[in-house]
Design a protein around this ligand. Sequence first.
Ligand SMILES: [Zn+2]
Length: 325
Amino acid sequence: MKVVGIYGKHELISRIAEELALELDFKLKRYVSVSRINTFNEDVVPVIWVPLSKSNEHGVVNVLGERKLFAFNNSGCLNNPSVRKRLMNDIDKIMNLGYKELVLDAIRYPSPHDHITFLSCFCKYCISKEPQLLKVKDRIRNSISFNDVETFISSIEDLARIRIRFVSEVLSEIREHTKSHGVRISAAIFPPSLAKLVGQDYKSLANYLDEIQIMLYHKCSGAACLNHEIASLIKLLNDIFHDKSIVKRVIDALLDTVKVSLDISTLENEGIKHEVLIGELRRATEMGLNVPIIPILWYDHKLVKILHGIREEIPTVVKIMLFIP
Ligand SMILES: [Zn+2]
């Protein structure tokens, strides 16, 4: 198994590779935020945070009508023209510096991490692109008022389909924008069971991307960490429905195949079991997509067990990336 890329503290990689008996690729890449890049470096791949914004004006509008930035309080709506303009400026910057490769991060809508703002976006730009969103919003609100679980589930699925279309539109625009430069485009994507909910459908993404990187983070506390996102979804559903059996019904319906502990403190303190993580990776690799699928694994003391599981159960996965916190 070979490490082909590093996110985070790259200076620790030699020690970690030795510790985990991992080979380092001779073209090992460092993934670095575009905000920290001012010159061309062949060992670096620029990472663009797609919905980046510091202005609440660019935020998403949730089901309660509140406008919020999401993720790390740093993200606005993909359909907001100011967000799109900044995105294209970042891409231009990278292309002008001579880079032929980039990674899109957070090409998505809010996740369970954002609590009630997960139920978004109903801003004027999204609604003008998809007027059906008004109905979706009313159905979500009513289903919450009347504890109508089935309507809640189907509305979330409708919202997910609309999000998937919006994300595809952004990707298609990025493709068009970079076409003449021949830029290789990858994206860091949520694990399959959660991906659709935030607007990331692997099959649609594969039409536009040259590589899919799956963020398989078993224990951490921010957006995209699988344990934290599932714990956050349970918290949100508890706060909405106040009924454990309803929460279980919704989790079973929305998370497809993932069978995880529904205990929030186990998820937050112990993380996701490695079997669940490996199951997510297997699911992605078995979709028959025509683009490479590379896991980004979170480095900590549990990683040994996860690597062992991948080697044993999915031997076709020979390239990995590490996130070194
Ligand atoms: Zn919006």
